[in-house]
Design a binder for this molecule. Structure first.
Ligand code: ADP
Ligand code: MG
Length: 750
């Protein structure tokens, strides 16, 4: 068979080439780190940089971690083990005041001789392995090591240069030596010409920052700290810029598409709804309402994020937007993160609409529509009916959980997508629902977790933002106290307090982190628990975390508590069926069961105006934003509320800071700022959104606000001038790479 000439396969671009071509010996090991191509390896930035004689690094080790440590050998001893036979070599490595023990076992002394010779006192090197603890002493068992040999350089000048270089220390896995990564990177880098590595940062954006080739040298083989810092800054900016360019492009792409205009209609559902609202809209609700009305009436899709303090009344704002769309002949879908919340939204809308929601029913109003609920656990008959109403258009308003995203759900004319509590969803899910409209629907995303601006820019950068800051007038005060968990008298007083509130017609939530006491079951039910490992990494010395309170046990216990004699105590958690959950919530709302022991399923959105007390057990284990959300469940009516955070939080701990701040303020934005300071970087985006974590390696959303801001301005300018990035193929490629990484991570999580 002959192969036609033009079928000769082009080699893939340099960055896509397999590492096997260049470093065949290391391929398998590098693959364990997820590094397969030249591009992967070059973008595998060092974790840190060290220098000969650097100050301490041993202080921050935790057991089980794979670490690479610099140090100098202090002493080395070989002895025979009487009990087990064989010999043991113990080498103590010192770095500043700290020491680390390296241990080798062997049958015969001869097998250890090689190590003994290499690790003479005074030897400087890098040592890596998994940290273990034996009799209170941290050690590395059979570690890998690389000895520094400053004498090996040809002349004094060279040696001086080398000794000043910050040396890259990479994240490693067992069996992979730092030196292997170093030499693989160098091998690949040596073959580089600038033409091989197109720079995602266009010249005009880059300004005085180093180009890609120099920057790669700056992180992998810097001459000095200045060069390294400039390279790191550049990559930080690049990450922010690539992300902002994608967000700007997304935004521009949607904006360029036509949406069906859904102008308000006088005498329609919205007017009727407004006429029967039992309260006055706040100024903020009115203002944002007008803005949404205008945007819905336009021929390009609305893309808006509505941030609002807990209890600021976002649901009404969304309902009014949905009704405008229904008045204009379209459908609106409301996506909620939990079944409890979806059911509650449907109920709220039905109540607020009254006969306006009874289209086709006897006594329904002329202009009426229907509110249809769709959740995953509905029976098949209910589900079929719902699907029919949605597809046929009878359902003007569709409320649902993830079930709405299923391919079986088809809309007659979807005009508006509302996503409630967006922090529980990913961008992909938002897009799946949007794709169910014939054209591009309008989009309203709501979140009650106040998001610091830098995070909002990173996660929701494609949306315009509106903020509801005020909480409706007449909203009651809520006082918050931290109750020490180890004081039984205080707890007794807490139950007493519940009793008093119940006697006055109030309701109380008691929140637990777990469903039942069986520690083996993964039953934390959405609780976003914090693990406050001591900052010095000395996890071994800390007492084991105490078992968390569990709904089933606490409910049982409260039923037997004298203070609550005669008071019905209910339960609510994720393992109950939807009917059971509905009933529990209905009984609580009506007051038949005025004490509800619950997991964090009540965290988002649950709205029972008579609830006045909230007790959170193990409050020290919850994050700030979750506690803020939980507390938002009380004080929603006219009566003042009290929130009791039962916690084991000794002074000076992060937990104490969190709880102290919560007791001090109810301003979600202030709390979000504290939260951001206390949280570890990875948690911030991880909790907020899927994906974004993998593509941000150098950028720190918590600290690099100014970088993000600059990148955003530059990216918007560039995208405005070149919406398809036709002139900027390298940037386009970098965006595709980022998206591929996010998709991968998203798939991993589902
Ligand atoms: P969130 O913004 O946290 O989602 P909701 O939309 O659940 O808050 O509203 C909280 C409560 O406030 C609901 O009971 C709602 O009916 C009520 N509410 C909303 N707007 C107003 C208003 N303008 N005046 C009085 N109460 C209001
Ligand atoms: Mg809400």
């Amino acid at each position: 068979m002959t192969v036609p000439h033009d079928a000769v396969v082009q080699p893939p671009p340099y960055l896509d080439q397999d590492l096997g071509t260049y470093v065949p010996g290391a391929v398998k090991k590098l693959a364990k780190l997820g590094l397969h191509t030249v591009g992967d390896l070059l973008r595998y930035y060092p974790r840190r940089w060290s220098r000969w004689g650097d100050p301490a690094t041993i202080g921050h080790l935790s057991v089980g971690e794979h670490v690479t440590v610099d140090g100098v050998v202090d002493r080395s001893t070989t002895r025979t083990m009487r009990s087990r036979g064989g010999v043991i070599l113990e080498v103590v490595v010192r770095n500043g005041p700290q020491t680390l023990l390296l241990t080798w076992f062997a049958k015969h002394a001869g097998a250890l001789r090689h190590f003994e010779q290499q690790l003479k006192p005074g030897t400087v090197g890098l040592f890596s392995g998994v940290v273990k603890e034996y009799r209170g002493q941290l050690q590395l068992l059979h570690p890998e090591f690389e000895i520094d040999d400053p004498m090996s350089f040809e002349d004094e000048a060279q040696r001086l240069i080398e000794s000043r270089r910050p040396r890259p220390v990479y994240g490693l896995t067992a069996g992979l030596r730092n030196e292997t990564v170093v030499s693989a990177v160098e091998m690949v880098r040596r073959l580089l010409t600038p033409a091989d590595i197109p720079d995602p940062l266009p010249d005009e954006v880059r300004g005085g920052m180093p180009g890609i080739v120099d920057a790669l040298q700056g992180v992998h083989h810097p001459l000095d700290d200045t060069e390294r810092a400039r390279a790191v800054d550049r990559f930080r900016f690049e990450e922010a810029f690539v992300l902002q360019a994608e967000l700007a492009r997304r935004k521009a792409r949607f904006a360029a598409q036509a949406a069906v205009a859904r102008p308000p209609r006088a005498g329609g559902l919205l007017d009727a709804f407004d006429a029967r609202l039992p309260f006055e809209l706040t100024a903020g609700q009115r203002e944002i309402g007008e803005l949404l009305a205008r945007e819905l009436a336009a021929g390009s899709p609305m893309q808006r994020l509505l941030q609002g303090e807990v209890g600021s009344g976002k649901t009404v704002v969304a309902a009014r937007a949905m009704l405008q769309v229904v008045d204009a002949g379209g459908q609106a879908a409301l996506l909620a993160p939990t079944e409890v919340l979806a059911a509650q939204h449907a109920r709220t809308l039905q109540t607020l609409l009254g006969d306006l929601a009874e289209a086709g029913m006897l006594g329904g109003a002329d202009v009426a529509t229907r509110v249809t609920l769709l959740t995953g656990s509905q029976g098949s008959a209910a589900r079929r009916r719902a699907l029919g109403e949605i597809a046929g258009g009878a359902a003007g308003i569709v409320v649902g959980t993830h079930a709405l995203l299923s391919e079986h759900v088809q809309f007659a004319d979807l005009g508006l997508v509302v996503v409630d509590e967006q922090h529980r969803f990913g961008v992909e899910q938002r897009d799946v629902l949007r794709a169910k409209a014939g054209g591009v629907p309008h989009l309203l995303v709501m979140t009650a977790t106040p998001i610091p601006r830098t995070v909002a820019m990173t996660v929701f950068g494609d949306l315009e933002t509106s903020t509801l800051r005020e909480v409706p007038r007449g909203r009651a005060e809520v006082v918050t106290h931290v109750v020490p968990a180890d004081k039984p008298a205080w707890l007794e007083r807490t139950w007493q307090r519940i009793r008093e509130e119940v006697d006055r017609g109030g309701r109380a939530y008691v929140v637990c982190a777990r469903i039942d006491g069986d520690a083996k079951k993964a039953d934390v039910d959405g609780a976003d628990l914090v693990s406050d490992l001591p900052a010095d990494g000395d996890a071994g010395a800390a007492p084991p975390p105490r078992p968390l309170h569990a709904v089933l046990e606490v409910a049982e216990q409260l039923r037997g508590t004298p203070a609550l004699r005669g008071v019905a105590v209910g339960e609510l958690h994720g393992r109950m069926s939807p009917e059971e959950k509905d009933r529990a919530l209905a009984d609580f709302t009506s007051g038949a069961v005025p004490v509800l022991v619950s997991t964090t399923v009540i965290e988002v959105g649950v709205d029972v105006p008579d609830a006045t007390v909230m007790v959170v057990l193990d409050a020290d284990r919850f994050g700030i934003s979750q506690l803020h959300q939980l507390r938002g469940r009380i004080g929603r009516g006219a009566r003042p509320g009290v929130c009791l955070l039962v916690a084991d939080a000794p002074e000076g701990t992060d937990a104490a800071t969190r709880l102290g701040k919560l007791a001090e303020t109810r301003d979600g934005f202030e709390l979000a700022a504290v939260d951001l300071e206390l949280r570890r970087e990875g948690d911030v985006l991880g909790a907020a959104q899927s994906g974004r974590g993998t593509s941000l390696r150098m950028l720190r959303v918590t600290k690099d606000g100014d970088v993000i801001e600059r990148a955003r301005v530059a990216a918007r300018e560039l995208v405005a001038a070149d919406p398809d990035l036709a002139e900027h193929p390298a940037l386009d490629a970098a965006i595709q790479q980022m998206l591929a990484g996010e998709r991968e991570e998203y798939l991993d999580r589902t």
